[in-house]
Design a binder for this molecule. Structure first.
Ligand code: AP5
Length: 190
């Protein structure tokens, strides 16, 4: 089983590149951001609570996102493997994910971290904000906060996976196709 954590700051290209990895390796894509936005669109209680954090560029609570991932793993027990996109985002989430996967003896294979310059992240997100309808893409100060939250709370997870020899940095600058080729090469070599 191939379980990949696709990692990187907001706008690094996680969602874009997940599509290529799904195609190449037949994995199930689990994006906590997409799941939360679906909850918001459906106006569920969970979605309404999550929206308050997401609109400010803050993280939704660990308890909520861990519960969501648990449900998805249970619902896809026959999968060949998963791409985790936007999860884990805290060390507590990384610990919880390892515990969930341990139960099925299907550990994380690799954590692939897309490295992108800050100004490029801001440009990509502001550009998407013109058409995406995502409120967190439309205000530069909220984008700046998302990037700060990434450095403060999420980037430390690199050490968590490095300690397990599972952390790979990938150059996330360049064309979508160039980056996809780098990721594919890294995964094939695992
Ligand atoms: P989430 O939806 O995960 O958003 P994010 O991490 O901020 O990342 P994005 O989806 O914006 O970027 P991405 O890296 O996927 O890049 P993409 O491929 O889309 O999270 C949103 C919010 O939900 C969080 O702030 C938080 O509140 C909450 N949340 C989610 N998960 C959580 C968790 N685990 N714990 C707690 N809270 C959580 O690309 C971005 C743009 O760039 C696109 O327009 C794309 O077309 C373009 N692009 C991509 N690649 C390139 C390229 N090579 N060149 C030019 N443009 C490119």
């Amino acid at each position: 089983m191939l379980n990949l954590v696709l990692f990187g700051p907001p706008g690094a290209g996680k969602g874009t590149q997940a599509e290529f990895l799904i195609e190449s390796f037949g994995l199930i894509h689990l994006s906590t951001g997409d799941i939360l936005r679906n909850e918001i669109a459906a106006q569920t209680e969970l979605g309404l609570q999550a929206k308050q954090f997401m609109d400010k560029g803050e993280l939704v609570t660990d308890e909520v996102v861990i519960g969501m991932i648990k449900n998805k793993l249970t619902a896809n027990s026959e999968a060949k493997g998963f791409i985790f996109d936007g999860f884990p985002r805290t060390v507590a989430q990384a610990n919880a994910l390892d515990e969930m996967l341990d139960e099925n003896k299907t550990p994380i294979s690799a954590m692939l971290c897309l490295e992108v310059e800050k100004q490029e992240l801001i440009n990509r997100l502001l550009n998407r904000g013109k058409t995406s309808g995502r409120s967190d893409d439309q205000d530069e100060s909220i984008i700046e906060n998302r990037i700060s939250v990434y450095h403060e709370k999420t980037a430390p997870i690199k050490d968590y996976y490095a300690a397990q020899n599972k952390h790979f940095d990938i150059d996330g600058m360049g064309s979508v196709e160039e980056i996809a080729a780098r990721l594919k090469e890294t995964v094939k070599a695992l």
